[in-house]
Structure formats: C-alpha cells, structure tokens
Design a binder for this molecule. Sequence first.
Ligand SMILES: NC(=O)c1ccc[n+]([C@@H]2O[C@H](COP(=O)([O-])OP(=O)(O)OC[C@H]3O[C@@H](n4cnc5c(N)ncnc54)[C@H](OP(=O)(O)O)[C@@H]3O)[C@@H](O)[C@H]2O)c1
Length: 290
Amino acid sequence: MIIKAGLIGCPLKKSLSSRLFRLFSYEPGGKYSYTLLETRGPAMARTLEKIKNLGWAGFNVTLPLKEKIIPFLDSLSPEAKAIGAVNAVRVSHGKLEGHNTDTAALKLALKEAGCRLRARTCVIWGAGGAARAAVRALGSSGAKTVYIHNRSFSRAARLVKHFSGIFPRTAFRARKLTDVPGGAATLFVNATPLGMYKPLPVNMRFSGPAGSFYLDFAYARNLTPFLKDRAGRVISGIDLLIYQALKSSELYGGRRIKASEIVKLKDTLKTRLEERESKTARRRGSKRDF
Ligand SMILES: NC(=O)c1ccc[n+]([C@@H]2O[C@H](COP(=O)([O-])OP(=O)(O)OC[C@H]3O[C@@H](n4cnc5c(N)ncnc54)[C@H](OP(=O)(O)O)[C@@H]3O)[C@@H](O)[C@H]2O)c1
C-alpha cells in the first residue's frame, strides 16, 4: 500500500522528514510517498485544499505554521489543544484533524534514557511549540518544578500561567533567557534553535550534578553544542524527530507500533538514516550537519 503524506512549512531545505519517511517503507507497514510543500501560510486555505485533492492521508507541520494552521482545522486532539500547536494532521473523509506527537516523542526519549520525571526539577530554554510540548510532558508526569527560560519573558510567563492551571502539583516558574538556572535541576531541555545557527549563551552550558539529563530538540550529525561534553546522559533531537514521525505514521494509516518494539524501530531507523546521510555527504564531499 502506498500512503501519501508530506510536510508543510518554510524553510524545508534542511528537513530530514522525507528521507526518514522513505525509510519507513521497510518498517511500520505501508510504503510512503512523502512530499515537501514549502509554504509560509498566507494561502493556507488553498494549500489545504490542494493537499486534500492530492489524496494525502496526512501531513506533518513545521515552523512557522504549527500555530497558524489551527483555525483551518476541523478538529484538534486533546494533546494539540492543550499544547496549542499542531505538528501532525490526519486527513479523514475530507476533514482535517490536528494532533501533536512531540509530547509522546519526548516521553519516549526520556523513558528510554531512564529519566523518571516524577518529583524532578527541570529547566527548559524556550517557550515556543517544542517547549510547550515539553512542559506538558513534564507537568503530566508529575515533575516537581519546571523553570522556563525565554528571550521573551512575557511568553514564558504566559506558559507558566497556562500550565499552572492544568498541573497544579507542579511549580512552574518563568525566567529570563540569561538567568542562571535554579539549583536542584537534573533535567535540562533546549527547545530553541540556539547552538545551531547562533552561539549558545553561556548559561545554557550550566550543568547539574553528575548523572543529570540533557535533551536537545535541535539536531546535528554529531552532538550539538548544547549536548557536547556533558557529564550525564544526553538525548539527541534525532531521537525525538524519529519518535514523533513514528507516532505521526500511526495517524496516517501505518500500522500501530507496539510499545515493546518502538525503541528498536527507532534505533534501526536512526542507523539507516545516519548511514544514508553519511553516504550522501561523502558523495558531495561535504561535512554538512544533516
Ligand atoms: N527534533 C524534533 O523532532 C523537533 C521537534 C520540534 C522542534 N524542534 C526544534 O526545536 C526548536 C524550537 O522549535 P519550536 O517549534 O518551539 O519553535 P518556535 O515555536 O518558533 O519557538 C522558538 C523558541 O526559540 C526561541 N528563539 C528563537 N530564536 C532565538 C534567538 N535568536 N535567541 C533566543 N531565543 C530564540 C524563541 O524565543 P522567543 O519566544 O523570545 O521568540 C522561542 O522560545 C527548533 O530548532 C526546531 O527545529 C525539533
């Protein structure tokens, strides 16, 4: 069976999604025809009509459309509604259902790393869509305190207000991006693009006690500046990317993936993706990061 799917957003030049979904052909049932549709969203209604006419079973959504797409959808999953951002849309009988698979991906990656969230103190840099998915994962898993550091302080404060109402047992605190993280934290999450295209601020290299966990939403072939040389367990954005894509594939008609096999499947896809990307880079004589 060929499942038609794709990705919308802009820019998509560096997106790994189509290469990743092509690899799925070997794994979660169904072969994917996966198309990248670069759009910033001014003609969102027309783009969505086109997608329906093309017969896509679903599509992923990336920057800058994760929030902008919401008014154009017929329904939202409870997850997407709570996060206020959509990264996967299922097309079902001409209706568009918005979902968010980033929270599930984060929980899977943290579980695989052995990071239990109950009673943990955590620091998140960022207050956009990825940060909101992370905050929801931490709140719903019983984290003790979550510090949210952001360039725009008011955006962090809005997140604190929103999630404090939903998860009253977790203490949420807004901080400036440049503030030094609060003590006692043992999980550090980078939910900004910092470190990839712009230098990582010094305070984002703050370390917790030995054995702390460091997770970066951003990804690169080698460790990102946020993850490099940490005395603790590091979790890469590639793992998150693959987990969220696997959870999206279930929405698009791929087979349901058993909890017992998802880590192995992610590892197989990761190895294949890295082999393929290295081969492409060697052929082009480039050292580019993915
Ligand atoms: N691995 C994965 O599967 C995965 C999934 C989702 C996202 N991501 C990555 O995660 C990152 C965040 O994505 P998102 O969806 O949350 O984006 P977003 O909604 O646009 O939010 C971006 C966040 O980064 C901050 N930021 C951006 N540029 C900055 C700068 N120059 N200096 C300081 N802060 C800056 C923003 O701060 P302000 O609020 O002050 O603007 C905001 O908190 C991106 O790199 C994205 O590619 C990866």
